[in-house]
Design a protein around this ligand. Structure first.
Ligand code: NAD
Ligand code: UD1
Length: 349
C-alpha cells in the first residue's frame, strides 16, 4: 500500500484523482487551504470510494507555502501509513489566466514559491517521487498541431510563466542529484465529472472556462453563452480544443505514479490529452443533447490570448504509461450534466 501526499486534493482534478487512488488501495493525506474548494468534495470522495476508504484518507487544512503546514502534512503521512510518504502529487495552485495578469505576484508566490517550499520539504523527508500538474498553456500559440512535448515552451501570461518556472525547477532538481522520480504532466482541457454526479467542477463566481459556463447556461444560472470569435481558421469558425474527461485525467495520474514507482529515477514530461479537437459550437451542441436543455449562444469578439486550435499529440503518454483516454465528448457532457443538474450551486447547496 502506497503512502501519498496530495496537495490541492480537494480541488476539481485533485478530488477525482483522490477517488481513483483510494479505489486503487492507496493511503492519502490531502493538504489543501480550501482557497478554491470545499472539504465537502473529499467527504463525498470517501463515500464514493466505499467502506473503509475514509480510514485511508486524512485532510490537513494548510498552505503549501508554509513550512509548518508541510511538516504537519508529512507527519500525518507517516502516522497514517506507518512509514514516510512514498510520493507526492502536487495539484495545489492558482489557475485563472485573467487573474494572473492582474495579480502576478500572487501567482508567482503560490505557484512557484509554494512548489519550491514543497520540494524542499520533500527533500528534507527523503521523498523524491513527484507528479506535478503542468499545463498545455506552456505552449502559448502553438507552432504545430497536434502539439508534441518537444514544442517550444512559450507561455503568454503569468500563469503560464509560473508553470514553466516550476517545470524548470523540477528539471534542475532531477539534474542535481540521482534519485528523483518526477512526472510533469501537461494537461489539455480537463472537463466533465465523476459519472455519479457527486463530485465535479465548482468554480467560484462567473466561470472563465467554456465547460462550466455552458453547464451553468443549461441549468439556467446564466442566460447565454458568448462564443469568443466566429472567424477563426477552423472548420466552423469557433475555437478548437482538446477536451479531456477528468476521470481519464485522474487515471493518467495513477498510471504516471505507477510508472515512477515501478521504474525508478527519471524525469517524465507528458501531454495528457485525447488528441481529438472539438469546436465551441460542437461543445454547445453536445451539451444541449446531453442535458435536453437549450444553450442559447451569441458570437462576440475574440478573447485576447486565445489560439485558434490546441490539440495534444498524446502518443508519448500512450507509449510511456500505456494510458490513453477512453471517454468522448458525449461522456464529458453527460457526466458534467449529472454533476451540474444535481448540484446547481456546487458544493454550497
Ligand atoms: P482547483 O482550483 O480546483 O484545485 C486547486 C486546489 O489547490 C484547490 O483545492 C485549492 O483550494 C488548492 N490551493 C490553492 N492554493 C493553495 C495553497 N497555497 N496551499 C494549499 N492548497 C492550495 O484547480 P484544478 O482545476 O483542480 O487544477 C489543479 C492543478 O492543475 C492546478 O495546479 C492547475 O494549475 C493545473 N491545471 C489545471 C487545468 C484546468 O483546466 N483545470 C489545466 C491545466 C493545469
Ligand atoms: C484556458 C486558459 C489556459 C488554461 C485553461 C485551463 C486562456 C487564454 N487559456 O484554456 O491557459 O490552462 O483555460 O484553466 O484563458 N470560450 C468561449 N466562450 C466562453 C469561454 C470559452 O467561446 O465563455 C472558448 C474559448 O475561446 C476557447 C474554448 O472556448 O476557444 C475553450 O476555452 P477555455 O475553456 O477558457 O479553455 P482555454 O482557453 O483552452
Amino acid at each position: 500500500m502506497t503512502n501519498l501526499l496530495i496537495t490541492g486534493g480537494a480541488g476539481f482534478i485533485g478530488s477525482h484523482t483522490a477517488l481513483v487512488l483510494l479505489e486503487a488501495g492507496h493511503r492519502l493525506v490531502v493538504l489543501d487551504s480550501y482557497a478554491n474548494s470545499s472539504p465537502e468534495a473529499l467527504r463525498r470522495v470517501a463515500e464514493l470510494a466505499g467502506p473503509g476508504a475514509a480510514a485511508r484518507l486524512q485532510l490537513i487544512e494548510g498552505d503549501i507555502r508554509s513550512e509548518h503546514d508541510l511538516e504537519r502534512a508529512f507527519a500525518a503521512c507517516s502516522a497514517l501509513g506507518g512509514k514516510p510518504a512514498d510520493a507526492v502529487i502536487h495539484f495545489a495552485g492558482l489557475k485563472a489566466v485573467g487573474e494572473s495578469v492582474a495579480e502576478p505576484l500572487r501567482y508567482w508566490d503560490v505557484n512557484l514559491s509554494g512548489s519550491r517550499q514543497l520540494v524542499g520539504a520533500m527533500q528534507a523527508h527523503g521523498c523524491r517521487t513527484l507528479v506535478f500538474s503542468s499545463s498545455a498553456t506552456l505552449y502559448g500559440y502553438p507552432e504545430t498541431v497536434p502539439i508534441p512535448e518537444t514544442a517550444t515552451i512559450a507561455p503568454i501570461n503569468p500563469y503560464g510563466h509560473s508553470k514553466a518556472a516550476v517545470e524548470q525547477l523540477l528539471a534542475d532538481m532531477a539534474a542535481s542529484e540521482p534519485g528523483w522520480r518526477i512526472a510533469r504532466l501537461r494537461y489539455f482541457n480537463p472537463v466533465g465529472a465523476h459519472p455519479s454526479g457527486r463530485i465535479g467542477e465548482d468554480p467560484c463566481g462567473i466561470p472563465n472556462n467554456l465547460f462550466p459556463f455552458v453547464s451553468q447556461v443549461a441549468v439556467g444560472r446564466r442566460e447565454q453563452l458568448q462564443i469568443f470569435g466566429g472567424d477563426w481558421p477552423t472548420p466552423d469558425g469557433s475555437g478548437v480544443r482538446d477536451y479531456i474527461h477528468v476521470m481519464d485525467l485522474a487515471e493518467g495520474h495513477r498510471a504516471a505514479l505507477d510508472v515512477l514507482l515501478a521504474e525508478g529515477p527519471q524525469l517524465l514530461t507528458l501531454n495528457l490529452g485525447s488528441g481529438q479537437g472539438h469546436s465551441v459550437l460542437e461543445v454547445a451542441a453536445a451539451f444541449e443533447a446531453a442535458s435536453g436543455r437549450p444553450v442559447p449562444l451569441k458570437i462576440v469578439e475574440r478573447r485576447p490570448g486565445d489560439a485558434a486550435i490546441t490539440v495534444a499529440d498524446p502518443s508519448q503518454a500512450a507509449q510511456r504509461l500505456g494510458w490513453r483516454t477512453s471517454r468522448g465528448l458525449a461522456d464529458m457532457c453527460r457526466d458534467g450534466w449529472a454533476w451540474q443538474s444535481a448540484n446547481p450551486d456546487g458544493y454550497e447547496a
